[in-house]
Design a protein around this ligand. Structure first.
Ligand SMILES: NC(=O)c1ccc[n+]([C@@H]2O[C@H](COP(=O)([O-])OP(=O)(O)OC[C@H]3O[C@@H](n4cnc5c(N)ncnc54)[C@H](O)[C@@H]3O)[C@@H](O)[C@H]2O)c1
Ligand SMILES: [Zn+2]
Length: 289
């Protein structure tokens, strides 16, 4: 208890009076019921994550992805933001947090009210066409998939996985994957799979977030994924103080942090918000607004 308290006090010293850029990862959403990949209580992954080149090159892998996603998407959609997401949105409204960069694909920051959000790895709520580039809503595709595969729905047997799909193991022979309605092209979730490339503009938006801020707060990320680690390295190079709120140490980049609050995001972030948001100044009676 005591070390965590002093780490929180140290974090507050580093963040107080500064404009803060934020980088979040899967640990920010575990308290909303979405599992992470590399937390202390996380079971070893049962199967390798889908890789970008598999999705693009192998129709059977694509069918498996969408079949799992038909089950997994409604579950992700049904989750709600937790106290950590809400505290970050409040910090933005109060002018403490400038931009928020998230590695999550669950859109929970936006749903909690954060406005300036960079979705580094995209969002499951959107679908992109690899042919014509059109972006469409995942909900619309859900309806098309269900119409094309009558009888295929959640039988409750499959576990939700962190990728926002579900571990559907039944026979998928005959599963129909709809194509783009405009160009008949291959549809892909608007997310960056392993081995995929983060668009250059998004990397630039992350760097701009760090450059415009005076400090970086990282929440719930192992930093095992390079695009997240790169944000921390950029902040370090620019001389910004870096604070980590994470259960246990990150897998990489620990040397860049000035403070590590080893606590749940849903607990630590409301505490940070309460201490960092200046209470409204008391107005003298009769003074103009
Ligand atoms: N919710 C999502 O959208 C989601 C979920 C899983 C994975 N992913 C994707 O996979 C990659 C995973 O990398 P990552 O670094 O984001 O996650 P990660 O799973 O590699 O690491 C999560 C970290 O958060 C910590 N953690 C877990 N619960 C926490 C809590 N309540 N409070 C504070 N810390 C907590 C864990 O100890 C761990 O160190 C990302 O690139 C992301 O795109 C997304
Ligand atoms: Zn198309």
């Amino acid at each position: 208890m005591l070390p965590a308290m002093s780490a929180l006090a140290h974090a507050l010293d580093l963040l107080r009076g500064r404009r803060v850029a934020v980088l979040t990862g899967a640990g920010c959403s575990t308290e909303s019921g979405i599992p992470d990949y590399r937390g202390p209580g996380t079971a070893a992954r049962a199967r390798a994550p889908l890789e970008h080149r598999q999705f693009v090159g192998d129709p059977a892998a694509r069918a498996r992805y969408w079949a799992r996603s038909v089950v997994g998407w409604p579950r992700i959609r049904a989750t709600t933001p937790n106290a950590g997401h809400r505290a970050l949105a409040e910090l933005e409204r109060a002018g403490v947090v400038a931009r928020l960069v998230t590695q999550n694909v669950d859109s929970l920051h936006t749903r909690a009210g954060s406005r300036d959000v960079v979705e580094l790895h995209g969002a499951l709520a959107r679908v992109q066409c690899l042919g014509c580039g059109e972006i469409s809503a995942r909900d619309a595709l859900q309806a098309r998939i269900l119409a094309a595969n009558p009888g295929f729905s959640d039988d409750g047997a499959a576990a939700t996985t962190p990728d926002g799909d579900a571990a559907v193991e039944r026979d998928l022979g005959g599963f129909v994957v709809p194509a783009c309605e405009a160009c008949d092209g291959v549809l892909m979730p608007d997310v960056v799979f392993f081995g995929g490339v983060v668009p250059r503009a998004r990397v630039a938006a992350c760097e701009a977030a760090v450059d415009a801020a005076d400090a970086l707060l990282v929440v719930g990320s192992s930093l095992a994924v390079f695009s997240g680690l790169r944000v921390v390295r950029h902040a370090r190079k620019a001389g910004r103080p870096c604070v980590l709120v994470n259960l246990g140490p990150a897998m990489r980049g620990m040397e860049h942090f000035d403070a590590h609050v080893d606590a749940r995001a849903g607990e630590a972030l409301p505490a940070l918000a309460a201490a960092l948001i200046p209470t409204a100044p008391v107005r003298a009676a009769g003074s103009a607004r």
